[in-house]
Design a protein around this ligand. Structure first.
Ligand SMILES: [Zn+2]
Ligand SMILES: [Zn+2]
Length: 286
């Protein structure tokens, strides 16, 4: 089969790899019909995630059709059209029982990281019963891929961990897919204001279409000062994953405000893992 293979920082190739098979009774093999790239893949290609070895197939998001299941799989069947969760979870360990699936003792973020991923014609999914979700018949498959990681990560790490509430002023640093997902899902909780910060005017235009009340392209500290009368924001979300954007969040959040960290960086570095701690259920120490 064809797959996108990592060969060290800055090097990836579309090449032939053996088709995966069932290795444990709880596995399924999925034929990928839709996948996408993630900021995490870009971090890997930059060399930020040393746990990813030469020869690893990248990707942790996708939709496809189940081609094979192990003897221990009971809920998922051959022929099912499924959504692949970016997080593999056994559903039985202590962390899974606490809802911290990213810390599953036998899973977490492993696809395209510690085991071969979804940017390929076929992928092996461990703990298939808990890590695959059957799709409704009439759902757009390309849209469904956004549910593998992007939309739930924006919701969980951004809106939920940020505890966005009625009347809040929210700032989101980074208007890429994760930042936009955090924007869309923050709106569920009726904040008064959602301020998007990004140097790219096209992304800011998209953010305004999706409900951003204010957008900032440059000098974010001064601009936030002006917009909030020097108070700072109730929630400052980091959705890029570089030190500069974490720094902006630390400077614009008001006393007593909340700044949930980005899933990407939390995955990419162990120090960020310490920042986010156990509340960040999608954080995985590299
Ligand atoms: Zn992702
Ligand atoms: Zn588990």
């Amino acid at each position: 089969m064809k797959a996108l293979v990592y060969h060290g920082p800055g090097q990836r190739r579309w090449e032939d790899k053996p088709r995966p098979g069932i290795t444990k009774p709880t596995d399924a093999v999925v034929r990928i019909t839709h996948t996408t790239i993630c900021g995490t893949d870009l971090h890997i290609l930059k060399g930020d995630v040393p746990a990813v070895e030469d020869g690893r197939i990248l990707g942790h998001e996708g939709v496809g059709v189940v081609e094979e299941v192990g003897d221990g799989v009971s809920h998922i069947q051959v022929g099912d059209e499924v959504l692949i969760s970016c997080i593999t979870s056994c559903g039985r360990c202590d962390y899974c029982k606490r809802g911290l699936y990213a810390h599953c003792r036998d899973g977490g973020w492993i696809l395209g990281h510690l085991i071969d991923g979804t940017q390929a014609e076929y992928v092996r999914i461990p703990h298939a019963d808990n890590s695959l979700h059957r799709l409704p018949k009439d759902m757009d498959r390309a849209a469904a891929v956004m549910l593998s990681d992007i939309l739930p990560t924006g919701h969980e790490i951004g809106a939920l961990n940020g505890e966005v509430g009625l009347g809040d002023t929210v700032a989101i640093v980074g208007a890429g897919p994760i930042g936009l997902a955090a924007l869309m899902t923050s709106r569920f909780y009726s904040p008064a204001r959602i301020i998007m910060i990004d140097p790219d005017e096209n992304r800011l235009a998209m953010a305004r279409q999706l409900g951003a009340t204010d957008t900032i392209a440059r000098d974010p500290l001064e601009a936030i000062d002006k917009l909030t009368g020097g108070e700072g924001v109730d929630v400052a979300m980091e959705a890029v994953g570089i030190p500069e954007t974490f720094d902006i969040c630390q400077r614009i959040v008001r006393p007593g405000g909340i700044s949930p960290t980005s899933a990407y960086t939390a995955r990419a570095s162990s120090s960020a893992y310490r920042i986010c701690g156990s509340r960040m259920s999608r954080c995985v120490p590299a």
